[in-house]
Design a protein around this ligand. Structure first.
Ligand SMILES: NC(=O)c1ccc[n+]([C@@H]2O[C@H](COP(=O)([O-])OP(=O)(O)OC[C@H]3O[C@@H](n4cnc5c(N)ncnc54)[C@H](OP(=O)(O)O)[C@@H]3O)[C@@H](O)[C@H]2O)c1
Length: 518
């Protein structure tokens, strides 16, 4: 490992000021868990491989089960070889990084464990250079988030006024409704300064999501059209092909609205709809995102009945593989009313977007896995081509694909060669062929940002609360409806017919996934 200045190209950073990752001890709570193995440790490995970690860096894994440092390193090495997005793993880099990894056995609800942790942090071989600069990563079940922050504070490990860096990364979900999110915000803010709290939404770590800011504000061709005068409507889809698999226990209490709409979909929504920020600093960008949410009045019950669709998968086949119905999944009630699909129509009550619907949808066990934003422009007048066009001219559509095959394409009307007819064609940019740069995984970018104290790609407390305000109103409307209006959809479809009708009644349709294949 070597000390490095973060090159704006690798990973591509929005931050205006390149910064050095300081010598730090990163403590991962939940270190024997799935997220640590799949995402967090592979992210640290890639940061080390790209020269972004300093020599004086240590990782301490905190969990309950007994383990030696060597056993822990071996487990993480095995997981890295399985989950790394670049293969083969550079064993030299891993050997060096893993020599700075330690295991600490403790219970999250035991204040004494944090005191022992504080002692351990002072006696690491790297401690002399690290001083007391710590990053705590709460990769645990959410019920422990508040308690862990309180225990860190009681052990003298939380934010300090002396310039020592004490930072806290908090995984999702952040609360389960507005009230619990407010309580959690209060608890975390009693221990850590807001600038030191990094609430993860890994969608914000994706390069293509960050590119939305460049695409909109670093070009002059689209921003003048980015309003109600030219845009007919916007569609945002986060479609998952997998069902709930082993996560039924968690999902029963979450559902699609809490699990996906409150965070990932609203992040894409606000970045698409926000005004230009005064600068690229964290507060300016987050101020604009929050303004979007604040410009959506809390929907009434009758609005929700007309504009929000929920549904549950009822079994079927995906890629010829049988998928059970949601109610037959492990740890799911046989009469569960939890939605695995949600589609909603929102309007932003401001000058830019007056009268422009934003249709958001997400679901599990769908036909295909993709995340995409479609900006659909108003239909051009067809009078010139009326004689030759069987139908009216197609609307121009700007498609921003977040995953997979990240890229941007524009659909426009062109003349069919040899005929006096028009046909809609695609002009496409694919991220991977447009740049030969290394494309970092979301967690790499987010961890490095937390290490340097850059908050832009993390969710601020008021943003989380505004998103919960909207999701709470939806959930409480559904609670009042009980079992009414919970249609089933076939696995491998794109959701219930009610979702199509949501757009059809406005004379629109969902852009079909098969049109989006690269
Ligand atoms: N997995 C993912 O892909 C994913 C994606 C997005 C967000 N997340 C979020 O990340 C967090 C962790 O998820 P996960 O899937 O990694 O969970 P997990 O596999 O169940 O791991 C939980 C971890 O917490 C530890 N733990 C549990 N109770 C403890 C206690 N009382 N004291 C000390 N350690 C304790 C467990 O270790 P021991 O059993 O050894 O104690 C284990 O290391 C959750 O908030 C989840 O929502 C996960």
């Amino acid at each position: 490992m070597s000390i490095a200045i973060i090159d704006p190209a690798c990973p591509a950073l929005i931050s205006e000021h390149p910064a050095q990752v300081p010598p730090t001890a990163a403590v991962i709570f939940g270190a024997t868990g799935d997220l640590t193995h799949r995402k967090i440790v592979p992210a640290f490995y890639h940061l080390a491989k790209n020269g972004l970690l300093p020599d004086d860096f240590a990782i301490i894994g905190f969990a309950r089960r007994p383990k030696s440092d060597d056993e822990f390193r071996k487990d993480l090495g095995d997981a890295l070889r399985q989950f790394s997005h670049t293969k083969p793993v550079d064993e030299e880099v891993w050997k060096k990084l893993s020599s700075h990894i330690y295991y600490f056995q403790g219970e999250l609800d035991d204040p004494e464990a944090y005191k022992r942790l504080a002692e351990k942090l002072k006696t690491l071989p790297e401690s002399a250079k690290i001083g007391e600069n710590y990053l705590f990563y709460l990769a645990t079940s959410p019920e422990y988030f508040g308690q862990a922050a309180q225990n860190l504070a009681a052990a003298g490990l939380a934010s300090k006024a002396d310039g020592t860096r004490r930072r806290l990364i908090v995984e999702k979900p952040f609360g389960s409704d507005l009230k619990s999110a407010q309580e959690l915000n209060r608890t975390l803010q009693a221990a850590f300064a807001e600038k030191d709290i990094f609430r993860i939404d890994h969608y914000l770590g994706k390069e293509t999501v960050q590119n939305l800011i460049y695409f909109r504000f670093a070009n002059s061709i689209y921003e003048p059209l980015w309003n109600h005068l030219y845009i007919d409507h916007v569609q945002i889809t986060v479609a998952e092909q997998v069902g709930v698999e082993s996560r039924g226990g968690y999902y029963e209490h979450a559902g699609a609205a809490r699990d996906m709409l409150q965070n990932h979909l609203f992040q894409l929504f606000t970045l698409t709809a926000m005004e230009a920020p005064a600068s690229l600093d964290a507060e300016s960008i987050r101020d604009e995102k929050v303004k979007v949410l604040r410009s959506i009045p809390t929907p009434s019950l009758s609005f929700l009945q007309k504009n929000v669709v929920r549904a549950q998968y009822g079994g079927g086949y995906i890629n010829n593989k049988p998928i059970p119905s949601y109610r037959q999944e492990e740890k799911v009630a046989h009469d569960s009313l939890t939605e695995t699909f949600v589609a909603a129509r929102f309007e932003i009550d401001n000058w830019r977007w007056h009268g422009v619907p934003f249709y958001l949808r997400t679901g599990k066990a769908l036909a295909t896995q993709f995340t995409e934003i479609n900006i659909v422009f108003k239909r051009p007048p067809s009078v010139l081509f009326a004689a030759s066009s069987e139908d009216r001219l197609r609307r121009n559509t700007l498609r921003i694909r977040i995953q997979p095959n990240e890229g941007i394409s524009i659909k426009f009307n062109a003349k069919v060669p040899g005929k006096a007819e028009s046909e809609a064609v695609d002009m496409a940019f694919l991220y991977r062929s447009g740049f030969d740069h290394y494309l970092p995984e979301a967690y790499e970018r987010l961890i490095v940002d937390a290490l340097i104290g850059e908050s832009t790609l993390f969710t601020r407390s008021d943003e989380v609360e505004q998103a919960w305000r909207l999701v709470d109103s939806i959930k409480s409307a559904w609670a009042q409806q009980g079992a009414r209006d919970l249609p089933l959809y076939a696995c491998g479809s794109m959701g219930p017919v009610e979702s199509d009708q949501l757009l059809e009644k406005d004379g629109r349709f969902w852009i079909r996934p098969k049109e989006m294949a690269s």
